[in-house]
Design a protein. Structure first.
Ligand code: CTP
Ligand code: CA
Length: 228
């Protein structure tokens, strides 16, 4: 890896990273989920540790080994992820939402396995909205100067979607990945642009997820230094 020595520029800081993808149960054996691997969130946790931070990693269904030195909280659903992130954010200097949070969950959970009936078509699946954790954390700012970062995977006009999403969520930074054609999901490498609420746009060239993670922490550290 062509990276310089890690700078302890996050020493004394507490950062919260969410990683992976939530699963919303339908019955005891089935769930609605997504393809997030958790690798980008784990890279963020590892690089923050290397830069001296105390790291709380809220991990949704990743199956990845715990980064040494991180406080890892395993969660399943969006509701559980919300509870863990809000609690950990109370004394955090930065919160990075790298997890893919299911936008919807089944309106009802069936305590018994759903069985098919001979000759009958299934009922349509009713869904309800999950809470928007990034918007909530951004609006709440548990601590003055807390830096909040979101991730977005977009297609088509990636920058326009990213700018609109940054404004809608109210976060400080939004890491925008272009997806499609096997890009980003489950792969080792990423390519992104980091949009700032201050109007900045920092392109991150194609490279390992660690490099993108370090770029995110550079931008976070700069904002923490100038915070009141
Ligand atoms: N996010 C969140 N809570 C949700 C949905 C998303 O905290 N219920 C966070 C994700 O962790 C990510 C950011 O919001 O950091 C953007 O996620 P994305 O799915 O792109 O945003 P949505 O508002 O759900 O937009 P879309 O309709 O494009 O899925
Ligand atoms: Ca979404």
């Amino acid at each position: 890896l062509a990276r310089g020595p890690a700078r302890p520029d996050l020493a004394g800081r507490h950062v919260v990273v969410s990683a992976g993808g939530t699963r919303e149960p339908l019955d005891p054996v089935r769930y609605l989920g997504n393809r997030s691997s958790g690798k980008q969130g784990y890279a963020l946790a590892r690089t923050a540790l290397a830069r001296g931070a105390r790291v709380t990693l809220v991990a949704a269904n990743t199956g990845l080994p715990d980064p040494a030195g991180a406080d890892v909280i395993a969660v399943g659903t969006a509701e559980q992820l919300r509870e863990a992130v809000v609690k950990a954010a109370a004394d955090a200097d930065a919160v990075v939402m790298a997890a893919a949070v299911a936008d919807f969950r089944p309106a009802a959970y069936a305590a018994s396995k759903i069985k098919k009936q001979d000759g009958q078509e299934p009922e349509p699946l009713a869904l309800v909205r999950n809470p928007d954790i990034l918007a909530e954390i951004s609006a709440r700012r548990a601590r003055p100067g807390q830096v909040v970062v979101g991730f977005a995977a977009e297609t088509d006009d990636v920058l326009a979607h990213g700018r609109a999403k940054l404004a809608r969520k109210g976060c400080d930074l939004l890491v925008v990945n272009e997806v499609g054609d096997g890009k980003a999901f489950g792969t080792e490498d990423n390519e992104a642009v980091v949009l700032g609420a201050d109007g900045s746009a920092t392109p991150v060239p194609h490279g390992p997820k660690e490099a993108l993670a370090d770029q995110v922490w550079d931008l976070v550290a700069a904002r923490l230094e100038t915070a009141p």
